[in-house]
Design a protein around this ligand. Structure first.
Ligand code: ATP
Ligand code: ZN
Length: 283
């Protein structure tokens, strides 16, 4: 049985449960217990505060954890990071009042900076050789300058709208973060086997999210050009259509290259282009 720690409520909860579900691991956590056993995979889920997850995994109370890299680095526990999970993206940044005339990192000298990330902030300040005072607070960091508790803050940012509404501006990025899968360093053989199965599923879900399945009709005299822009997993599937001189082409494209590929395909005379999401992709 693998024991996986996930955040019990908060920004990572829904995405964590969704990822497990897409990996074929369903749990019934209707009344929000501390523990839940999955129906269809030998997995037990522990619901914890995200700050505690690195410690639990380090101690071996949980075998695996889904948690933000920001927390992994801040807690600085010896655990293995095995996969990036593609959600919970944010950055740990320093922000100062909008009205401050900030030019460079040296301008932080002798300021009082409020944060709950004391370890990472201290490391950053030491690296840059900046003498500043760190004021530890555990929540609502963004209001600290407004109430005169600090001159600046160091906190997580995603869109920046919270900073904006509190009259702050982001001036330094300390860390870019997303949710990751962490593991205890010495897992029993039987757990390692389950972990490999889980990792294969996570990779399949992630790959599927970044790719689309594409189907189109192409004139036969353009097939070579079209095949060249659609590499697919091995090569595109090409099947003759009932109408003479035409074929159906099917392939997989990366979401990032998507529009560029569509434009090329159209210029080669492709018609009836259909694009559909892929649920799982096993390479
Ligand atoms: P807990 O009660 O579990 O300690 P929390 O208040 O620390 O919850 P949340 O605000 O739910 O945590 O954030 C959990 C994680 O979500 C963060 O550690 C970070 O990895 C990620 N995250 C993504 N975007 C943001 C953001 N804009 N602000 C804060 N966290 C974010
Ligand atoms: Zn937390």
């Amino acid at each position: 049985m693998l024991r996986i720690a996930v955040q019990k409520s908060g920004r990572l909860y829904d995405h964590s449960i969704q990822l497990l579900k897409e990996c074929g691991i369903e749990i019934n956590n209707g009344n929000r217990q501390l523990k839940a056993v999955a129906f269809n995979f030998p997995v037990e889920i522990y619901f914890l505060r995200d700050d505690d997850i690195p410690q639990y995994v380090y101690d071996g109370v949980a075998d695996l954890g889904f948690v933000g890299e920001n927390v992994v680095y801040e807690k600085n526990k010896a655990v293995d990071t095995l996969a990036r999970l593609g959600f919970g993206r944010c950055r740990l940044s320093i922000a100062v009042p909008k009205t401050m005339n900030y030019r460079e990192v040296g301008d932080l000298s002798n300021l009082k900076i409020a944060t709950s990330y004391t370890y990472l902030l201290q490391k950053f300040l030491e690296q840059k050789n900046i003498p500043a005072e760190i004021h530890e607070i555990s929540g609502s960091v963004e209001i600290a300058p407004g109430i005169g508790l600090a001159d600046a803050i160091c906190d997580l940012v995603s869109s920046g709208s919270t900073l904006f509404t509190n009259g702050l501006k982001e001036v330094e990025v300390i860390l870019e973060s997303e949710a990751v899968l962490i593991a205890h360093r010495s897992l029993a053989e039987e757990k390692k086997e389950l972990l490999q199965r889980l990792l294969m599923r996570i990779e399949a879900v992630k790959a599927a999210r970044h790719n689309k399945y594409i189907m189109l009709n192409a004139p036969n005299d353009q097939l070579q050009n079209i095949a060249a822009v659609l590499p697919g997993m091995k090569s595109p599937t090409i099947v003759p259509l009932a109408e003479k001189g035409w074929s159906s082409v099917q392939s997989v494209v990366k979401e990032n290259d998507f529009w560029e590929i569509i434009e090329k395909l159209k210029s080669y005379g492709a018609e009836g282009i259909l694009v559909v999401p892929i649920e799982k992709m096993i390479l």
